[in-house]
Design a protein. Structure first.
Ligand code: ADP
Length: 380
C-alpha cells in the first residue's frame, strides 16, 4: 500500500501524551508521501473509531489512561485483525516490544529513538508484512477448504466404487449360476455319449465356475464388511476369542490345534467384526499348518494410545518378501490344489483393522511360523 494524494496512508495513533503525539506528527510531515493522521487518547475511543473507519496502520502506545501494558495490545488485537499494529515502547521496555510482535504486532519502535526514516520504514514494512500475512492466511484457509472438499469427493467416489463393485458382483452371479447348472446338466445327461477327454473338459469348466462363484461370494463378503455400519462398543477380546473358538471348533478339533492367549484387553470396537478378524487369522494359522500340531498364541500389550495384538503360529510360514502382498485382494502364495482358498481372508482382516483406525502387518519365515500384528487405537 503506497500513498498518493488521493490515497493517503491512513494512520491511527493511540497516544495520550500530546507532546509525543506532536513529535510523531512532525516526523510524519518529513515523509515525502501523503498521510492522514487521527490521534486518540484512550483505547476505548480508538476501538469505537475502528468500528466505523478503516486505517492502513495503527501506532500504539501501550500506556493509555484506560489500559496499560501488553493488555492494551491484546484487547486491540481481539477487536481488530486486519490493520497492522506498530507498538511504541519506552527505552527500558524492549522485552515488551518483542512480546508484542510475538502476539500479533507487526513491529515495535522505541519512542525516544524514533526518527522520520525509521518511522517511515516501519510503517511501510508493517503494511506489507500484514498484507502478506493476510494473503497467507487466506491461502491456508483456501487450502484447508480444498482438502476437505477433495476428501469429501474421494469418500463419495470410493463409496460409489464400492457400491458398483457390490452390484456388479451380485449381478455376475446370475449368469454364472446358469453356466454352472447347464454344465452340470451336460455332464449328467451326456456323460455316456462323450469320451473321457470331453468329460474331463466339462469337469474343468464346472470347477472353474465353482471357483469363480466362491471368489464372487468372497468379494461380496469383502464389500459387506467395507460398507457395514460399525457398532462401536466396549469389546472384551477374551470373549471374542471364546466365540471364535466355538466358530472354528471343528477345524480346531480336526487338527488337534492348541489355541492359547494371555489376559486380553477390552477395546472400543465392533464385536462381530472383531470375531471375524480373529477368525480369519486363526483359521489361516490352522490351514497353513506344518506337520507339527498347530499352536496358536495370542497376546496384547498397551502402547501409548493403542493396543498391539500379536497372533503367533508354528505353521509353514512364508518368505518375508511376500508378507506385504498377502493383504491384497485375491493374492495367494499357493495354488488351489495345495490349499483351498480365494485370497480374500487377509484383505477382510485388513479392512476390519483399518475400520477400527489401526494397522496390520506380518512377520514370517518359511518353516518358522508366522506372526500377525495389528493395532487397535484406544479411542477412535
Ligand atoms: P487364502 O487363505 O484364501 O489364500 P488369505 O487372504 O487369508 O487367503 O491369505 C493370503 C495368503 O497368505 C495365503 O494364500 C497364504 O499363502 C498366506 N498366509 C496367510 N496366513 C498365513 C499363515 N498363518 N501362515 C502362512 N501363510 C499364510
Amino acid at each position: 500500500m503506497y500513498s498518493s494524494i488521493e490515497n493517503p496512508i491512513k494512520i491511527l495513533l493511540f497516544e495520550d501524551n500530546l507532546g509525543d503525539a506532536g513529535l510523531l506528527e512532525e516526523m510524519l510531515e518529513g515523509f515525502n508521501c501523503s498521510y492522514r493522521l487521527k490521534v486518540v487518547e484512550t483505547l476505548n475511543e480508538g476501538l469505537k473509531i475502528l468500528k466505523i473507519q478503516l486505517f492502513d496502520v495503527i501506532l500504539l502506545d501501550l500506556g493509555l489512561p484506560d489500559s496499560d501494558g501488553i493488555d492494551t495490545l491484546v484487547d486491540l488485537h481481539k477487536n481488530n485483525f486486519k490493520t497492522p499494529i506498530i507498538v511504541l515502547t519506552g527505552l527500558n521496555n524492549e522485552d515488551i516490544g518483542t512480546l508484542a510482535v510475538k502476539i500479533g504486532a507487526q513491529d515495535y519502535l522505541i519512542k525516544k529513538q524514533i526518527d522520520s526514516t525509521m518511522l517511515k520504514r516501519s510503517i511501510r514494512y508493517s503494511i506489507e508484512r500484514k498484507k502478506i500475512e493476510s494473503e497467507l492466511q487466506n491461502y491456508k484457509e483456501n487450502l484447508e477448504e480444498k482438502v476437505k472438499e477433495r476428501t469429501r469427493e474421494l469418500e463419495r467416489s470410493n463409496k460409489e466404487l464400492q457400491q458398483f463393485a457390490y452390484v456388479a458382483s451380485h449381478d455376475l452371479r446370475e449368469p454364472l449360476r446358469m453356466i454352472s447348472s447347464f454344465l452340470q446338466l451336460l455332464e449328467r445327461r451326456y456323460n455316456e455319449q462323450l469320451d473321457e477327454e470331453a468329460n474331463e473338459f466339462i469337469e474343468f469348466a464346472v470347477n472353474g465356475a465353482k471357483r469363480l462363484d466362491s471368489m464372487i461370494n468372497d468379494l461380496l463378503e469383502y464389500y459387506r464388511v467395507a460398507n457395514k455400519e460399525k457398532k462401536l462398543d466396549d469389546v472384551d477380546v477374551n470373549k471374542v476369542i471364546s466365540t471364535t473358538y466355538l466358530n472354528l471348533k471343528s477345524a480346531i478339533d480336526e487338527n488337534k490345534a492348541e489355541l492359547t492367549h494371555n489376559q486380553l484387553p477390552t477395546v472400543l470396537g465392533d464385536e462381530k467384526l472383531m470375531v471375524q478378524l480373529f477368525q480369519n487369522l486363526i483359521s489361516n494359522s490352522i490351514k497353513y499348518r506344518s506337520i507339527e500340531r498347530p499352536r496358536i498364541h495370542i497376546t496384547a500389550k498397551k502402547e501409548s494410545n493403542q493396543y498391539l495384538f500379536k497372533v503367533r503360529d508354528n505353521g509353514i510360514g512364508m518368505s518375508p518378501k511376500h508378507v506385504e502382498r498377502i493383504f491384497t485382494i485375491f493374492q495367494r502364495l499357493h495354488t488351489n490344489e495345495e490349499y483351498e482358498g480365494t485370497g480374500i481372508g487377509l484383505s477382510i482382516a485388513q479392512k476390519i483393522v483399518h475400520q477400527h483406525g489401526g494397522q496390520i502387518w506380518a512377520e514370517s519365515e518359511p518353516e518358522k511360523g508366522s506372526i500377525f500384528y495389528f493395532t487397535i487405537p484406544e479411542l477412535m
